[in-house]
Write a protein that binds this ligand. Structure first.
Ligand SMILES: *Cc1c(COP(=O)(O)O)cnc(C)c1O
Length: 459
């Protein structure tokens, strides 16, 4: 498969290149030239597939010839061994709604589903090379842990994880800073997630630095993340057996919900994709008014969604504008003016597929409590924004809410909302005994570059 940048359709890249780079050289995001469409007969056939086979069938469309179906299947099978559920995810009834639990992996958030496979893909691609890849990733709490679990102690790889200091939950931090091997470096940046992401983007834009450290990235802007996330939309749709389905997705960087949009493009009969945001509601604002304007990040009860620069939105922008020059113009406008504005026709196009609701901290707590009282069930604060959005969204087709993290990761908030202390899931048996390892650094790109340059040769 060949890929191009949302800001320049003319230069093309193969899968290995876009996998290693993450971000296009011009700052755009990569998109494939072709998105395969499954017809009804083909969809029916997929019903009998196991999760591993379904993943192989979907993902192989995007990464041949580097990964053919045989090679891919073995890799996927190996990647999902550590999951608590045989079928990786599980779809459960919660009252009138369906909850798609995506958090049965080793670090208890949906990020594991793509990241475990990505870790093995690195190893495959790196075997041919004798030099070290330095992966730098920004995290709002869950990506970092998933990446560490997937890449710890792998040969030829160093991983640098930037998280916003004191702005993630205690358990999120503990997982991240205790499970890593010798090749893992945790950096607590004195700033927000947007600052962390910005530092990583600046590093990618610096060609000399990027080449010096042989830099790579695994943020949700990496297309490889998206393709593994398409699968659970297919899986849950096929399980439900309804004609059409709505998906409600707790959203920050627009990665997970964008995977749903690609699933729809691939022929999945999705009625609406519902963006559930917390008080950082840039996506709700742009979908309803056309104005994309990042404001200051506010700390909320759902920290993994405390994001104002929703990077993957650029991909949707390309689809609805259908023009690389127009995307480039918008992104330049954003850089110069601090915002861009979409016209009515484009907003209408977006609203055909998307809808957005905001959930306040108050509503998040109330929702967690209500679900506990009604069903004796715990949902984490991110998933709670999904449940809250579901009550605001009227539609006759089934609503599948994506359960993005295990509630234990947000122990304090769960106690605040329900008065209960959750039992520790077995995946975390190790963490409380280990010593945390991280360095606190200023929000300064040059300083963090220097840190990485110094550390890369330690191993
Ligand atoms: C990352 C994350 C999200 C947001 O996902 P995006 O792909 O950035 O939209 C939501 N909930 C949890 C628990 C997460 O870790």
């Amino acid at each position: 498969m060949k890929y191009f940048s949302t800001r320049n359709r003319k230069i093309n890249f193969n899968f290995e290149e876009i996998f290693q780079r993450g971000l296009a050289p011009d700052g755009g995001l990569f998109l494939p030239y072709i998105i395969k469409k499954f017809n009804k007969t083909h969809l029916k056939k997929l019903k009998k597939f196991s999760y591993v086979d379904l993943t192989t069938e979907i993902v192989s469309n995007f990464c041949e010839p580097e990964f053919n179906k045989n090679k891919l299947k073995a890799l996927i099978k190996k990647s999902y061994k550590k999951f608590k559920k045989k079928e990786v995810v599980s779809l459960v009834d919660v009252g009138e709604h369906k909850l798609l639990e995506l958090y049965h992996g080793p670090t208890l958030a949906f990020k594991d589903i793509a990241m475990q496979c990505i870790g093995n893909m690195y190893e495959e691609l790196n075997v041919k090379e004798d030099r070290t890849t330095n992966i730098v990733v920004a995290t709002s709490g869950d990506t970092g842990a998933a990446a560490i679990s997937a890449l710890s102690n792998r040969k030829n790889i160093n991983l640098f994880v930037l998280h916003p200091h004191n702005k993630i939950s205690k358990i999120q931090r503990k997982i991240m800073t205790t499970i890593g091997g010798r090749n893992i470096y945790n950096i607590a940046v004195k700033g927000s997630f947007d600052d962390c992401q910005n530092i990583v983007k600046e590093m990618f834009a610096d060609d000399i630095f990027r080449q010096t450290i042989n830099m790579s990235g695994v943020n949700s802007i990496n297309w490889a993340r998206i393709i593994f996330q398409i699968v659970y939309y297919f899986y849950s749709y096929l399980k439900l057996g309804s004609k059409k389905v709505n998906y409600i997705v707790p959203t920050g960087n627009f990665g997970d919900i964008y995977a749903g949009y690609v699933a729809k493009k691939m022929g999945l009969p999705i009625e609406k994709l519902v963006v559930a945001t917390n008080e950082n509601d840039i996506l709700k604002r742009v979908i309803n008014t056309g104005i994309y304007k990042p404001l200051k990040v506010r700390a909320s009860l759902s920290p993994s969604m405390d994001i104002q620069v929703s990077s993957n939105f650029e991909r949707l922008l390309f689809h609805v504008l259908n023009s690389d020059t127009k995307v480039k113009k918008m992104m330049t406008g954003l850089k110069i003016n601090g915002y861009f504005k979409l016209d009515k026709k484009i907003i209408k196009k977006i609203k055909k597929d998307f809808l957005a609701f905001k959930t306040t901290n108050q509503e998040t707590k109330k929702t967690i409590k209500e679900i506990y009282n009604k069903y004796q069930m715990f949902v984490d604060p991110h998933t709670a924004t999904g449940f809250n959005s579901a009550t605001k969204f009227k539609n006759s087709y089934p609503k599948v809410i994506l359960g993005t993290a295990h509630p234990y990761k947000f122990l304090e908030t769960m106690k605040l909302a329900t008065g209960k202390i959750l039992k520790k899931p077995s995946q975390l048996n190790q963490i409380s005994r280990s010593k945390e390892k991280f360095d606190i650094l200023d929000n300064n790109t040059n300083l963090i570059k220097k840190y990485i340059l110094d550390k890369q040769y330690e191993n």
